[in-house]
Design a protein around this ligand. Structure first.
Ligand SMILES: Cc1ncc(COP(=O)(O)O)c(C=O)c1O
Length: 393
């Protein structure tokens, strides 16, 4: 099929939940993607903060191919080594004592909700409340959606899960009202992604920790988008000096293959019993071997220092953008948002036209989340292209 035929067939065959630009991507290499007409794009979207090692990383591709020849899936009814080798890496390098694997960010958050509910039920049958925040995005399944603030995503699917309070983000006084003895968990992104790349204030996360402790509630950090090196720290919360009870991960963990993980303390793990929760595809040998490659590459001091340095450089250059329409430049590491005074959709389209893939985060925020292996030269190219696009914006 040629690109036009593919695009036309898609409009007849696929449930229309996405609006895609008019090109068909065929392959990628490092920080570049190529379309069916041979046009090259510098990828500052990274599959929505997924392709941390870029595209077609040679070690990742070799390991995946080797594992595919040996064993891909057996279900969670049987032991396999890659599952445990990945768990060891996550547990040895985080607050978590144990991990539950699944297939996506939404599923990792569903897991967190279920674990929190069961953990709290040991104390009090009525301790079922959840607190999340405005600007949040935790996923599209009904439980995760109930913690997601945006009305546009929620309203068509009401009624959602009851017993959820959405409290204003970065407002500790409001959180003090929202978190009560009935709260089983407080769920928050240390740096909000879809909400417009909004970092939490340190006092807010520290205050949430205290409020959770005072009310016997669990603190859940959703690091699905901001975790695993994106902010220049292995975990985004390490920059805040606050430790959660549960952390959810997904996007970059297997370098583009579907995976999710929910890390928990021993006390939480102890309330779960065989049969309480499960997931057919989770933690198969293929995806776990892929994730080991990603984890080992990112979990290096030099790699993370480079993300921080390149992030500072990116922020510095963005702050010099010659546009009166820029409201704020913010972010951490290679997780950066540029808020404009109007919709950035024309800017996203103009950039793609000029060979740069960037995405929005909400209507007015341009989100820059390139592969973590991006170079200074590639950052310069992206910034020159954005500067060029702004002339007509
Ligand atoms: C912070 C956060 N949590 C959860 C999700 C949901 O992840 P998934 O799309 O893999 O279900 C996302 C997706 O963008 C996210 O950014």
């Amino acid at each position: 099929m040629n690109p036009d035929e593919i695009i036309q067939a898609e409009s007849a065959l696929i449930v229309p939940t996405y609006l895609r630009p008019p090109m068909v991507l065929t392959h990628g290499e490092g920080a570049y993607l190529f379309d069916a007409e041979g046009k090259r794009y510098l990828d500052f979207a990274a599959g929505i903060a997924v392709n941390a090692l870029g595209h077609s990383d040679s070690e990742w591709a070799r390991v995946v191919a080797e594992q595919a020849r040996v064993l891909t899936h057996v279900s969670n009814l049987y032991h396999t080594a890659p599952h445990i080798e990945l768990a060891q890496r996550l547990v040895q390098n985080s607050f978590g004592d144990r991990v539950f694997f699944c297939n996506s960010g939404s599923e990792a958050n569903e897991t967190a909700i279920k674990f929190a509910r069961k953990w709290a039920r040991q104390k009090d049958d009525d301790k079922t409340g959840l607190v999340a925040f405005t600007g949040s995005f935790h996923g599209r399944t009904i439980g995760a959606l109930s913690l997601t603030a945006k009305n546009k995503y929620r309203e068509p699917f009401a009624p959602l899960m009851p017993d959820v309070v959405l409290s204003p983000f970065n407002d500790l006084a409001a959180a003090r009202e929202a978190i009560t003895a009935r709260t089983c968990a407080v769920v928050v992104e240390p740096v909000q992604g879809e909400g417009g790349i909004q970092p939490a204030e340190p006092a807010f996360l520290q205050g949430l920790r205290q409020l959770c402790d005072q009310n016997g509630a669990l603190l859940v950090f959703d690091e699905v988008q901001c975790g695993l090196g994106r902010t220049g720290y292995l975990w985004a919360h390490q920059a805040y000096d606050v430790t959660p009870d549960i952390m959810t991960l997904a996007k970059p963990l297997a370098g583009g293959l579907p995976i999710g993980a929910t890390l928990v303390t021993e006390a939480i793990a102890q309330v779960m019993q065989p049969g309480d929760h499960g997931s057919t595809f989770a933690a198969g040998p293929l995806v776990c071997r892929a994730a080991q490659v990603v984890f080992d590459r990112i979990n290096q001091p030099e790699f993370l220092a480079n993300v921080r340095a390149n992030g500072e450089y990116l922020l510095g250059r963005l702050r010099k953008l010659p546009s009166t329409k820029v409201v704020q430049v913010r972010g951490a590491g290679l997780f950066v948002g540029v808020e404009f005074s109007e919709s950035v959709k024309p800017l996203v389209a103009a950039a793609a036209e000029r060979g740069l893939l960037i995405i929005n985060a909400g209507e007015n925020v341009l989100r820059l989340c390139p592969p973590l292996i991006i170079t200074r030269e590639q950052i310069d190219t992206a910034l020159d292209t954005i500067g060029d696009c702004l002339k007509d914006f």
